[in-house]
Design a protein around this ligand. Structure first.
Ligand code: GDP
Ligand code: MN
Length: 346
């Protein structure tokens, strides 16, 4: 048990909430979520918690994206919950749909095969579209172009600790590119050709790889021969992207965008079921300095079935760690690979 619970990053320039009536200049930042009309209740629940733990002090805006038009009920309900501006956006159809270059027969066969091997969502085309959208197109949406940082949220998640500093300004002043809370191993079969495709890209574009990249983390298998799960050299460990805070300029940058082009050319968003989480993670792990990736261990967060529960007075009763210790980071689940980041890159 740590004597001093971890309730915020240990830096001395955290920006506190402004006092009443005080002028406050926000960072160039927004919450962002891709969501469907029928998920209104779930998103409302998440937004209420974001507002009460953090945003009522800062009033950052929200960008809501959908492949279909938002209903007026949806818009009205969300508007009544937020303390900042909210933008409702329909994503351009050509950035959502299956690209014309994808071989439909090959895709259907692959989806059936993955489904037969119990890969979740394998035969759900909209899920593949969603993963591809979040992997690359999301950062380039015209509304997202107005911002430097985004905090991705999702319906039906829980935020249960008060956050008493401006998280976006922390990213800015500490020059962080990416922040995460939970990291997990993926289903190997969903990303079998992702690492070979990645290495092919790297061989053709060696200059994009950062000298302080997180290579050991990505390739844990090479250092840990006991590890049984692996996808052709990639450990499958990734930052769980349903929570993420990122610098859009990194993802809009040359290295990452050319990487996405290569992934689209290979077709694995449809011939396999590449998730946006492993794609973001590999992009960051190869093209960014590992010291710019931050673990927000202080943020209490749950997306079923996993949670990060800091043992801190800032977390309301009943939502503290379930086991003695500083935080209940992912006990009892074998998908948890947080230890790898701590071991190899921190
Ligand atoms: P899971 O967490 O992997 O089980 O996937 P989710 O069902 O939570 O989907 C991830 C995110 O994408 C959530 O914010 C969903 O609301 C959103 N999403 C998933 N599929 C679609 C879709 O077809 N259209 C839209 N607009 N959003 C989607
Ligand atoms: Mn989800």
């Amino acid at each position: 048990l740590l004597k001093t619970p971890i309730k915020e990053p240990k830096v001395d320039n955290l920006i506190r909430p402004p006092g009443k009536g005080q002028n406050y200049e926000r960072a160039s930042a927004t919450f962002a979520v891709l969501v469907r009309n029928h998920e209104l209740r779930g998103l409302a629940s998440t937004i209420r918690q974001i507002e009460s733990t953090f945003n009522h002090k800062y009033h950052y805006p929200y960008v809501l994206l959908n492949d279909k038009p938002f209903s007026s009920t949806f818009k009205k309900s969300i508007k009544s919950l937020v303390s900042g501006e909210v933008f409702f956006e329909q994503v351009p159809q050509e950035t959502w749909d299956v690209p014309a270059e994808i071989d439909q027969d090959k895709m259907k066969a692959a989806m059936a095969n993955l489904k037969a091997h119990n890969v979740g969502y394998a035969d759900k085309l909209s899920y593949h579209n969603m993963c591809r959208y979040y992997s690359g197109e999301f950062f380039n949406h015209p509304r997202m172009q107005e911002f430097k940082y985004y905090w991705r949220i999702e319906p039906n998640t829980q935020y249960f600790c008060d956050i008493d500093y401006d998280v976006f300004k922390f990213m800015e002043s500490e020059k962080k590119t990416y922040g995460f809370v939970i990291s997990l191993y993926d289903i190997e079969r969903s990303v079998e050709s992702l690492w070979p495709t990645t290495l092919d890209f790297v061989a053709k574009n060696p200059g994009f790889v950062h000298p302080n990249a997180s290579f050991s983390w990505l390739t844990e298998n090479l250092q840990n021969p006991q590890k049984t799960s692996m996808a052709n050299g990639y450990s499958t460990c990734h930052f769980w992207s349903n929570f993420e805070i990122g610098d859009l300029d990194f993802f809009r940058g040359e290295a990452y965008q050319r990487y996405i082009d290569a992934l689209n050319d290979a077709g694995g968003f449809y011939y396999e079921r590449w998730g946006d989480a492993p794609v973001h993670s590999i992009g960051l792990g190869l093209f960014e300095d590992r010291s710019k990736i931050h673990w927000f261990r202080d943020i209490g967060y749950k997306h079923d079935p996993y949670e990060n529960a800091p043992n801190s007075v800032q977390c309301p009763k009943g939502k503290k760690a379930h086991i003695p210790g500083d935080f209940s980071y992912g006990h009892l689940y074998d998908q948890n690979c947080m230890a790898n980041w701590v071991k190899y890159e921190m």
